[in-house]
Ligand binder design. Structure first.
Ligand SMILES: Nc1nc2c(ncn2[C@@H]2O[C@H](COP(=O)(O)OP(=O)(O)OP(=O)(O)O)[C@@H](O)[C@H]2O)c(=O)[nH]1
Ligand SMILES: [Mg+2]
Length: 461
């Protein structure tokens, strides 16, 4: 809180509570770590700790062996790490207590701390404090959650890319370029009466164009970034009995779905995940689509159509025994939003492949052709992207929306410049574009945005 009084700036720094939480999963293990952060963290832990010397007098980045006591009773033998502000994760004085990995011990210590005026941390509160204390910007704070949630090599690489600040640096670079041109326009407004030109209209438009094409490049990385982060939804669909479930089982290398020679075996959607060369694929085995009067089968078929709608990629499976169902193919084309369909001919071990040209021919029985399918699925996930480890990649919807808004404002500024409108119009749109970029890295933000981001974190991070 800032208060201006008698020409003197008095800064009242709002004192944050000291918070604590278990930073490791609640359960039995070799060790558990309790994290404490805030002004009173070191002194409070010192009050319940007995070791060599006083923690309150210890230097930053030191580790101390000792015992935690509840009055006279020993709670556990622990190692206590001390981090002094500003050189800690949160930027505040912080302590990490490593205990034996038993939830009874962790809970007891947390209870002891709360009895000593320390409050339990909310989800993401440590990282929120790191952001508020300028230890990281907002994209990096969001990347911390992504690093923890990553379940494939690719998503982890993407999250690390963002945590290392690649996206922040790119956004910052664009913001500086924008501020540059916006200051020329604003200078002209200040000197409006003298009628001086600080930047020619053609030069202004050229510079806006350059920034817009850079933002476009970033926006184009989104589909790739999202795929790396969230994986690819793949629906296995077709008429009954063509081998959809058999293909699912072959890819998973386990007998996950029931397979039988009776058409209409699969009723409900079976969803499984598989990582192919580090990319996550979410596979949806569906009920075969046909005319039916069985209400359970009909519900299954309804769900198959839903899976087709939402899939990033549809595997339209046929087999050598039955004719290619042109009507169903057309229906899939109409239903699927992404229009990504691979036609597959299964059971080629039985011979006779007919005249229809399929994208892939395979056998879910012998495995022939399945490597080709997996490669095609991988190619589909990567698209034409040739982004390197050093490319800034957008994978978060919030960032994508801010960039889109920045782009819209730049288009308005460019149009105004093109139509030789007053600098005031151009300047407002340029400023708005700058604000959209600042929102990405968290320089301009609201409590709502922050809450929305940090409540998705786990407790203790
Ligand atoms: N010879 C041969 N038989 C296969 C192959 N793939 C599946 N089958 C057989 O085809 C029959 C149907 O297989 P499923 O995997 O249950 O077919 P589905 O498409 O899931 O069928 P529904 O769930 O009824 O829609 C079973 O008897 C399988 O053993 C294959 O590549 N070659
Ligand atoms: Mg099936």
């Amino acid at each position: 809180m800032f208060i201006f009084a008698n020409q003197f700036l008095i800064i009242m720094v709002q004192k944050e509570d000291t918070i604590a939480a278990l930073a490791t999963p609640l359960g039995f293990g070799a060790i558990s770590i309790i994290r404490v952060s805030g002004e009173n963290s070191i002194i409070t832990v010192d009050n319940i700790f007995n070791g060599k010397g006083r923690l309150g007098e210890s230097k930053s980045h030191t580790i101390h062996y000792g015992k935690i006591f509840d009055s006279d009773e020993i709670v556990d033998d622990v190692l206590v790490s001390i981090f002094r502000a500003p050189n800690s994760y949160t930027g505040e004085d912080s302590v990490e207590i490593s205990t034996h990995g038993n939830p009874l011990i962790a809970n007891k210590i947390l209870e002891l701390l709360t009895r000593n005026n320390i409050r339990l941390a909310e989800p993401g509160e440590f990282t929120k404090r790191a952001f508020l204390n300028n230890r990281m910007d907002l994209t990096q704070a969001e990347a911390v959650a992504d690093v923890i949630a990553s379940n494939t090599e690719a998503s982890l690489r993407g999250a690390r890319n963002q945590l290392n600040g690649l996206l922040s640096r790119k956004v910052d670079e664009l913001k500086t370029l924008l501020l540059n041109i916006s200051s020329f326009v604003e200078l002209e407004l200040d000197f409006a009466e003298e009628d001086v030109k600080f930047i020619e209209n053609s030069e202004l438009i050229k510079r806006i164009d350059n920034i817009q094409s850079e933002i476009n490049l970033l926006l184009q990385t989104y589909s790739f970034g999202k795929t790396m982060r969230d994986g690819v939804n793949v629906a296995l669909v077709g008429i009954p009995n063509v081998g959809k479930s058999s293909l699912l089982n072959y890819i998973l290398k386990e007998s996950r779905a029931i397979v039988s020679e009776l058409p209409g075996t699969t009723r409900d959607i079976i969803r499984e995940e598989v990582s192919i060369e580090g990319i996550l694929f979410k596979l949806y085995d569906t009920a075969g689509i046909r005319f039916s009067e069985d209400i359970i089968e009909l519900e299954g078929i309804y769900r198959s159509r839903d899976a087709i709608k939402n899939a990033d990629l549809v595997l339209f499976i046929n087999d050598v025994d039955q004719k290619f169902d042109q009507a169903l193919f057309q229906e899939i084309l109409n239903l699927n939003k992404s229009k990504n369909i691979l036609t597959i001919l299964n059971k080629i071990d039985k011979g006779s492949t007919g005249t229809i040209k399929y994208d892939i021919s395979l056998s879910a029985l012998t495995g022939e052709g399945i490597i080709t399918l997996l490669n095609k699925m991988k190619d589909h996930a990567l698209g034409n992207s040739n982004f390197s480890e050093k490319t800034a990649i957008v994978s978060n919807l919030r960032h994508y929306q801010c960039l889109t808004k920045a782009q819209e404002n730049l288009t308005k500024a460019r149009d105004s410049a093109n139509n030789k409108m007053s600098g005031e119009f151009i300047s407002v749109d340029l400023r708005n574009a700058v604000n959209c970029l600042s929102e990405i890295i968290g320089e301009v933000t609201s409590e709502d945005i922050l809450n929305n981001i940090f409540t998705k974190f786990c407790i203790g991070k």
